[in-house]
Ligand binder design. Sequence first.
Ligand SMILES: [Zn+2]
Length: 333
Amino acid sequence: MKYKKKEKKLQKENITTAVCALLNSGGGLVRVQIENKDFDYRLDTLGLDIEKSLDELISNTTSKDYFDITQDGLYLNIFVKSWTTKFFLSRICSVDTGLYSRSFTSKKKASPMQVMDMMEEKSKGKRARFDQTLFFPEQINELLDRKYFHLNEKLPLSESLYMEFKDFSGASDKVRIQEAIPDYFSAFANSDGGCLIIGVDNDAKVKGCCTQCSESETKHLVEERIRKLKSIHFDYCDEGAPSYKLTITNVRDDQNKPSGFVIILKIEPFCCLTFADDPQSWIMNSDSFVSHIEDLKQLNPSEWIEMMSTKDTEGTIHGTEGKYYILAMQPED
Ligand SMILES: [Zn+2]
């Protein structure tokens, strides 16, 4: 399949999405119309990027267990089997979980299997019993009480599993703050909590941020972004929203003039899951024999969690008994 770069990316996304939906809906056939008349699957294959993305979808287990691919004239037939948990996979298949966790001194996208582990651990209340004070440096409390920081002052802290510094001084700091908050909030809330400190570089030196904003604008910027995050409780849980403490402290330069702020966002461990983005996982949403890419339904965070929590004994996922989907795709889909 020879396509231009942009079309190729679209093709990869569409094929991955379609395959994900079929895996989650009892299996079926993706029938891709081939544009290039000289295409020969035996010689040209799917292309490495599509293969890689399908491999990730099945968590790098054996592709033969899930896919059979044949060419039928100007059509490529991708036969997709039903998702099963018998290979110790998560309950449903997802391209991206939309969730982060904390790993050493950075955030990490959680894989579907990690999410299963997180859900199991959280359901046993392990996270709730975790004692943060054992790991949090006491110095943080003193810093939270400070009236102001000096520009370039070195704070008595370092980055850790519970501490992340971000230096967003300079242009586009507002955009970068809004981009960072979902990922780090999700990572700390889903793990054992922690502090995101914005306006401080990797060596713990105060740099300030939001020099063009007032304190209340800065506060609003952060709180607005937090308010948009989707935090979902498991069905047995009746707790409230994730809790956090936001402290915004002035920074002064060596002439004692204002030089932006340091934002300290302390995030408590959350009982359930906080999403940075919607999960990328699809199911078939059509009763007709032949479906199209528009007929796929992307699961929202609540639906996704519900399906991830479904207990089954057979090892097969929500069997759409007797139903066999055919998904037709044109090259420019
Ligand atoms: Zn909860």
